[in-house]
Design a protein around this ligand. Structure first.
Ligand code: ADP
Ligand code: UDP
Length: 239
């Protein structure tokens, strides 16, 4: 598989074309941004960790009935994926109140919900990824009713599988963001990444934050948190 020209550089990854028009190579960077790019920095070793973690979690999801873009890991930072047309939605699942949920509603952090919530943001950097209700997703034809049902079913399945897995690692899955895409035949699959950049992960016993909130909130120990969460995942994988 030949790596061809770079077709996109985002905040956390670069995307390259390959000699196969149906496949892309994503390359994970150490760059970190928050608050829609207003806060910028770098987290040493993050690209390597997010690449390996995202692939390990997607392998697990694929074997639990959630189709993903993962083809194979090529190197520490590079992965071969199926090219999709991204559905321009950030699909956010929450088990426990945190982040924008608390801010928007003036609600305390750390309250476990009776059942997970699913919400959507419209992926549009100029508009700051605004929250969007499903009827507006349908009105703008960002996804069909059937696609939206599939996306919600998969998102809740991801929550079930990953909540159980992280619990085995002594970690609470608080919330996370997913992106889905369409294959050329229209099939919806999970794309992008699942990592400490896109999930809130708290130590079960101490509640310590082991994710990008350490960077967002200037809590310190950012690199250590990424290393710690990766070590927990690897210990569980090898158990
Ligand atoms: P951003 O665009 O938000 O800065 P990244 O730096 O993570 O984010 O860039 C990766 C880009 O690649 C994102 O726009 C994401 O939607 C897109 N992407 C992820 N997986 C795929 C895929 N399998 N096919 C096509 N695009 C993808
Ligand atoms: N999230 C993300 N990308 C975004 C916005 C949110 O990966 O552009 C993730 C975030 O890491 C968290 C979850 O989605 O795990 C919910 O985020 P929230 O809506 O609370 O927004 P935040 O306050 O993190 O911006």
């Amino acid at each position: 598989m030949e790596k061809l020209e770079q077709i996109y550089e985002g905040k956390a990854k670069k995307v390259f074309a390959t000699s196969d028009p149906e496949l892309l190579i994503v390359e994970y960077k150490d760059d970190a941004t928050a608050f829609n790019g207003k806060k910028r920095g770098s987290i040493a070793g993050k690209g390597r960790i997010n690449n390996r973690m995202s692939n390990a979690l997607m392998r697990r999801l694929a074997s639990s009935g959630v189709p993903t873009h993962l083809v194979r890991e090529l190197s520490e930072r590079e992965t071969l994926v199926k090219k999709v047309k991204i559905v321009p939605l950030e699909v956010i699942v929450r088990n426990i109140s945190a982040g924008s949920f608390c801010k928007r509603y003036g609600f305390p952090e750390g309250v476990r919900f009776e059942k997970p919530t699913v919400e959507y943001s419209y992926k549009n950097d100029e508009l700051n990824d605004p929250l969007i209700v499903p009827s507006h997703v349908l009105a703008m034809k960002l996804a069909s009713p059937e696609e939206l049902r599939t996306i919600e079913d998969y998102a809740l399945r991801v929550d079930e599988v990953l909540s159980a897995f992280w619990l085995d690692c002594g970690v609470t899955l608080v919330d996370f963001k997913l992106e889905f895409g369409r294959l050329p035949d229209g099939t919806i699959i999970l794309a992008d990444e699942i990592s400490p950049d896109t999930c809130r992960l708290w130590d079960v016993k101490t509640g310590e934050k082991l994710d990008k909130d350490r960077f967002r909130l200037d809590l310190g120990g950012v690199e250590d948190a990424y290393r710690e969460i990766m070590a927990r995942l690897e210990a569980a994988e090898n158990a």
